[in-house]
Design a protein around this ligand. Structure first.
Ligand SMILES: Cc1cc2nc3c(=O)[nH]c(=O)nc-3n(C[C@H](O)[C@H](O)[C@H](O)COP(=O)(O)OP(=O)(O)OC[C@H]3O[C@@H](n4cnc5c(N)ncnc54)[C@H](O)[C@@H]3O)c2cc1C
Length: 414
């Protein structure tokens, strides 16, 4: 926990050469500061500052979705990744949210803290180091003694779990402070003690280093929603969409994923199911296979809301189809027809072919939404074994399990 520095005159801050006088202490959040750049080992604790080269909105005007393609510069980092790996992004919080939190908790923001010889204002700490949005039962429990509010205490009782979940859903820490203000002034220690550290976010890498040396690309779905009459946004996706400008640096590290990788044999056919941002690793897969001249067949299932606006990387897929790099492309746009059609429906329509590819030894990959899509795709795969393999459902389940054991069925779902 950082230590509050009492600012009496030039005071303690003036005692370190690095911080200079109190007046010289920067109070403006500097997202680039605080990350060691000289060790050459880039990881979660010491991320590499990658310059934003390009950010492109992938959805057409009129779309209900906001998906951005992000290109970051890794030149000089020595960072290496392979298709299937993820990128860890260390975001900073939205300045408006930080200001709201400071106001609601009763602080100015220029309170100075020291940790490991480094000086930061409370505003800087909240911007860079602490999760100032995520509401949880744990946080409510820690906060309740400061609010001394009967209604909040009732919410936390064991028999009120459903009401508690209902309260938490769509709300942030700001709402908690607004709905149940602190009964007495909080100390800065008490306040920081409520908050957890801001966790980095992972993104499936959407590029191959062989196709884009010294770059890493991401496909990010920007989280924006209205809940309880307030516009809200996801910390990291909106950081990448709104806060970072071209030329600014984004602290990143590679998160290796050994459980999601192209087959070692370049002749092995692959079937990829990647609706929405689930498309990301498959762009990397195809780029890699083209760059290495792999001969294995490639089949992609893609889905999203509407063909006209949401066909992510449409031109690239069409080029790959024309060049023969992509052998098959099946798409499902759920909002284009009255009856919603998803990727699992397209799989079932193509059951015969899909089963034939699997019999030939194809690897099967799924990426994207874990809550529904991946389960529906899993069920469709079992149904295909029943239908085309003439198996009982138990035997089909066992066959799909075996595919997973053989590492021929891999998931990257979130
Ligand atoms: C291995 C892995 C790979 C991933 N790859 C990708 C990828 O390629 N592309 C990608 O976009 N994401 C990917 N993700 C997800 C990504 O890491 C983030 O979780 C995502 O971007 C949201 O983060 P955020 O900071 O913007 O939102 P947060 O600040 O974390 O907010 C998200 C939270 O907001 C709340 N919320 C969101 N929408 C609503 C709503 N409508 N109503 C009420 N509450 C809501 C929910 O509580 C949700 O948990 C991946 C995750 C993992 C683990």
């Amino acid at each position: 926990m950082p230590r509050l520095v009492e600012l009496t005159g030039a005071g303690k801050v003036a005692t370190t050469a690095a911080a200079g006088t109190a007046a010289a202490v920067t109070l403006v959040p500097d997202p680039q500061s605080g990350f060691g750049h000289d060790s050459g080992i880039w990881n979660k604790k010491n991320p590499f500052p990658a310059k934003l080269k390009q950010r492109i909105l992938l959805n057409g005007q009129g779309s209900l979705k906001e998906t951005i393609h992000v290109e970051l510069d890794l030149a000089g980092s020595g960072l290496y990744y392979k298709p299937g790996d993820a990128l860890g992004v260390v975001p900073v919080n939205c300045p408006q949210v930080v200001d709201d939190m400071l106001r609601l908790a009763g602080f100015r923001g220029d309170e100075i803290f020291e940790q490991d010889g480094r000086f930061d204002s409370l505003q800087e700490l909240l911007t860079r180091d602490y999760d100032v949005t995520g509401l949880s039962k744990h946080l409510l429990g820690k906060y309740a003694p400061f609010a001394k509010n009967k209604q909040l205490e009732r919410l936390l009782q064991d028999d009120n779990a459903a009401k508690l979940q209902e309260y938490i859903y769509g709300r942030e820490i700001r709402d908690l402070f607004l709905d149940f203000p602190p009964a007495d002034n909080l100390s800065t220690d008490q306040f920081l003690g409520l908050l957890r550290k801001l966790p980095p976010r992972l993104y499936s890498i959407a590029s191959s280093l062989k196709a884009h040396p010294d770059e890493v690309h991401l496909t990010v779905g920007v989280v924006r929603y209205n809940a309880h009459n307030k516009e809200r946004k996801g910390v990291c996706s909106s950081y990448l969409a709104d806060l970072v400008q071209t030329g600014d640096t984004v602290p990143v590290y590679i998160h290796e994923n050994r459980n999601f990788a192209l087959p070692a044999d370049p002749d092995t056919p692959i079937i990829m199911v990647g609706p929405g941002t689930g498309i990301a690793p498959f762009r990397a897969f195809i780029e890699e296979r083209v760059a290495t001249g792999a001969k294995g067949k490639n089949w992609l299932f893609f889905g999203d809301q509407r063909f006209q606006y949401d066909f992510l990387y449409q031109l690239e897929w069409q080029d790959y189809l024309n060049s023969g790099a992509l052998n098959r492309l099946d798409v499902a746009f759920s909002r284009d027809t009255e009856q919603k059609v998803y990727v699992q429906h397209r799989m079932l329509e193509q059951a015969k072919q899909l089963y034939a590819w699997l019999q030939e030894g194809a690897c099967f990959y799924v990426c994207g939404d874990a809550s529904r899509m991946a389960k529906d795709v899993h069920k469709a795969l079992i149904d295909i074994y029943v239908q085309e393999g003439g198996m009982s459902s138990e035997a089909a389940e066992a066959a799909v399990q075996q595919l997973q054991k053989d590492r021929r069925y891999q998931k990257d779902v979130y």
